[in-house]
Write a protein that binds this ligand. Structure first.
Ligand code: PMP
Length: 445
C-alpha cells in the first residue's frame, strides 16, 4: 500500500514539506477518539481528522442513520426534486442558527460554502429592487483562510496561495487581522482601543458605496494560525457593517457546531451575520456537506416581481445528498442527547488548566484557546517573540514526535493545532497534554 500510495496518490497541500519527510500513516480503522494503523497501533486523534469529527469515530447513532437512509435512497438531486433529510436539515439549521437566517443553500465543502456566500453577496447588490449602489468589492482580514477555490482564495490572505494564483484572483480590500500576540499595528491591548476594528471602520467610511460584504472567521481564525480575537471584536465588526450598510459573512467552517463551546461562535458575541458558512462539523465527520445560510432580504433579491427566480448559478452533483443530510440530522440530535455544548465547556476548562502547565516550557510562546480550538505557538525566543524560520519545520518536529507517542496533531507553520473530537474525555485530554509536556522539551533539546 505504501508503494502504491507513493506511486499514484496525489495528496492535498503537497507544498507541506513536513509531511513529505515522514512515512505516511495508513489508517485502517477508528473507534471513538482513536485511529488505528495497519499494524494495529493506536493514535489519539487530536485534530478530529481535519477538524470534523464531533462525537468520535464509529458513533453507533451516526452509523445507524446512514444505514437507515441507505435502505431508502442513497442519492437524488435537489435539482427540481427534494427529499426529507434535506428539508428537515434545512429547518433544523434555521432553528439553530443566529436569528434572521432563514434560507439554507447546500454545497459540498467549506470552500464552496464561502464561494456561494461571495456570489450571493455580489448578486444581492446588483439585483436589489431599490436603486442604491451596486457594490462589488469584498473586505477580508489580511491573514485569513477561507478555502482553496478561486473565489475563496481571493478573499483569503495566505501569501503562498496568492502568489501562485494571483492572475486568477479578483481584487479585494484588506484590513489588519486582530492578533494581539503579534499585533499587525504594533499596538498593545487594552490601550489600543481595538484599532484593528477601527481600521475596518475607516476603510468602510471611505468605500461604503463599493463594499458588498466583509468576511470574517468569528472569534478565532483557524487555518491562519489559530488567532484568537479580543472580546467584542465580532460585535464591533457587526456594528460597523450595519452602520455602513455592508453585508457581514461569517465563515464558521472551523468554528461552527460546538467547537468553541457555542453552537456557532458568533453567538458568543450576540452577533447574527447576513450570511453564515458552515461545513466540517455538520455531519460529525462522516460525509462531505456544507451550507450557506442567509436572510430573507438576500433571498428576496433573487426573486422577480412575479415571484420568478433569478439565476443563481451554483449547484453541484452531490449537493445536499440524502446520506449526508441524514447523518447531519443524527449528528445534531446527538448534540442534544449528549449535551455536547456543556461537555465541550467542561473539558475545555480542563484543557485550559493543562495548557497552563505548558506555558513555561521552552519553545512555547503563546497559547490561544477558544473551547476545543487551540493553537500553541512555538518561538525561538520567548521574550522577543522571535518566530522560528519556516525551514526549521518546528511545528512538524513537535507533531511528528507526538505521533511516535501515539497522538496525531497537525501544525500550521510554528503553531501546533489541537482540535480534538468534541466527545473527548478529560482522561484523553490528560493523555494529549502529557504527550505535549514530554515532547516539547525533547524537541527543544
Ligand atoms: N473556511 C475555513 C475557516 C476553514 O477552516 C476551511 C478549511 N480548513 C475552509 C473554509 C475550507 O473548507 P474545505 O476544506 O471543506 O473546503
Amino acid at each position: 500500500l505504501e508503494a502504491l500510495d507513493k506511486a499514484h496518490l496525489w495528496h492535498p497541500f503537497t507544498q507541506m514539506q513536513g509531511w513529505q519527510a515522514t512515512r505516511p500513516l495508513i489508517i485502517e480503522r477508528a473507534e471513538g477518539c482513536y485511529l488505528y494503523d495497519l499494524e494495529g497501533r493506536r493514535y489519539l486523534d487530536g485534530v478530529s481528522s481535519l477538524w470534523v469529527t464531533t462525537h468520535g469515530h464509529r458513533t453507533p447513532e451516526l452509523d445507524a442513520a446512514i444505514r437507515h437512509q441507505l435502505d431508502k435512497v442513497a442519492h437524488t438531486t435537489l435539482l427540481g426534486l427534494t427529499h426529507p433529510p434535506a428539508i428537515e436539515l434545512a429547518a433544523r439549521l434555521v432553528q439553530l442558527a443566529p436569528s434572521g437566517l432563514t434560507r439554507v443553500f447546500y454545497s459540498d465543502s467549506g470552500s464552496t460554502a464561502v464561494e456561494v456566500a461571495i456570489k450571493m453577496a455580489f448578486q444581492y447588490w446588483r439585483q436589489r429592487s431599490d436603486p442604491r449602489p451596486r457594490k462589488t468589492k469584498f473586505i477580508h482580514l489580511r491573514e485569513s483562510y477561507h478555502g482553496d477555490t478561486v473565489g475563496a482564495v481571493s478573499v483569503g490572505g495566505i501569501a503562498l496561495f496568492h502568489d501562485l494564483y494571483r492572475p486568477l484572483l479578483f481584487e479585494t480590500l484588506t484590513v489588519p487581522e486582530p492578533h494581539c500576540y503579534r499585533c499587525p499595528l504594533k499596538l498593545e491591548r487594552p490601550g489600543c482601543g481595538m484599532a484593528c476594528a477601527e481600521e475596518l471602520g475607516r476603510i468602510l467610511s471611505e468605500h461604503a458605496d463599493e463594499i458588498a460584504a466583509v468576511i470574517i472567521e468569528p472569534v478565532m481564525m483557524g487555518a491562519a494560525g489559530m488567532l484568537a480575537q479580543p472580546d467584542g471584536y465580532v460585535r464591533r465588526v457587526r456594528e460597523l457593517c450595519t452602520a455602513y450598510d455592508v453585508l457581514l459573512i461569517c465563515d464558521e467552517v472551523a468554528t461552527g457546531f460546538g467547537r468553541t463551546g457555542w453552537m456557532f461562535a458568533c453567538e458568543a458575541e450576540g452577533v447574527a451575520p447576513d450570511l453564515l458558512c458552515v461545513a466540517k462539523g455538520l455531519t460529525g465527520g462522516y460525509l462531505p456537506l456544507a451550507a450557506t445560510l442567509t436572510t430573507e432580504a438576500i433571498y428576496a433579491a433573487f426573486l422577480g416581481e412575479a415571484g420568478e427566480f433569478k439565476t443563481f448559478f451554483h449547484g453541484h452533483t452531490y449537493t445536499g445528498n440524502p446520506l449526508a443530510c441524514a447523518v447531519a440530522l443524527a449528528n445534531l440530535d446527538l448534540f442534544e442527547q449528549n449535551r455536547t455544548l456543556d461537555h465541550v465547556r467542561t473539558v475545555a476548562n480542563h484543557l485550559a488548566l493543562r495548557l497552563e502547565e505548558l506555558r513555561t516550557l521552552p519553545l512555547v510562546g503563546d497559547i490561544r484557546q477558544r473551547g476545543l480550538m487551540v493553537g500553541i505557538e512555538l518561538v525561538a525566543d520567548r521574550a522577543a517573540r522571535t518566530p522560528f524560520p519556516p525551514d526549521q519545520l518546528m511545528g512538524y518536529r513537535v507533531t511528528n514526535r507526538c505521533r511516535d507517542y501515539g497522538v496525531i496533531l497537525r501544525p500550521l507553520g510554528n503553531v501546533v493545532v489541537l482540535m480534538p473530537p468534541l466527545a473527548i474525555s478529560t482522561a484523553q485530554i490528560d493523555e494529549l497534554a502529557d504527550v505535549l509536556k514530554t515532547v516539547i522539551p525533547e524537541v527543544a533539546q
